[in-house]
Design a protein around this ligand. Structure first.
Ligand code: MG
Length: 161
């Protein structure tokens, strides 16, 4: 087996009048995140980690934010495409681990649903997908409630060729 790791990071600003979607789950909140797609910052960080691990560039290259095809699209649909690309190249996800950085809203009640949605979309068991949430104790843009950031790391394996 050969192993590859990947790392992803993303941040989006809050915007009034939008739904808050994290890890494919709609989270009840007064504001959502600004973005061309559904602005699912967690799924974006995860996709960048997966793309990086298999030697690709990033979601900006695969799904350009000036392409009307991706306007308002569910990021889970994009994640499915990324997973298809991994499969073509014989990669399997060993595990993914993610952190959402948000001062608000409280995410603990939604962690399990996010893990389930991401694991289901990637076609893996839930225990292979970690999602954690933290505040920054009021510091920085997340702490001031200006937006939400997310980080993800993944490990892929494939048979040695
Ligand atoms: Mg993004």
């Amino acid at each position: 087996m050969s192993f590859r790791t990947g790392l992803g990071f993303d941040a989006h600003a809050f915007q009034e009048g939008r739904k808050l979607v994290l890890g494919g789950v709609v989270i009840p909140h007064s504001r959502g995140l600004a973005g061309h797609s559904d602005a699912d910052v967690l799924t974006h960080a995860l996709m960048d980690a997966l793309l990086g691990a298999c030697g690709e560039r990033d979601i900006g290259e695969h799904f350009p934010d000036h392409d009307p095809a991706y306007e308002g699209i569910s990021s889970l649909v994009l994640l499915e495409e990324v997973v298809g690309l991994l499969r073509e190249r014989k990669y399997r996800l060993v595990n993914a681990d993610c952190v959402v950085v948000a001062q608000e809203p409280r995410l603990a009640p939604h962690i399990q649903a996010m893990r389930e949605a991401l694991a289901f979309t990637m076609g893996v068991e839930i225990e292979r997908v970690g999602v954690k949430a933290t505040t920054t104790e009021g510091m920085g843009f997340a702490g001031r409630g200006e937006g939400i950031a997310a980080m993800a790391t993944v490990l892929l394996q494939r048979p040695e060729t």
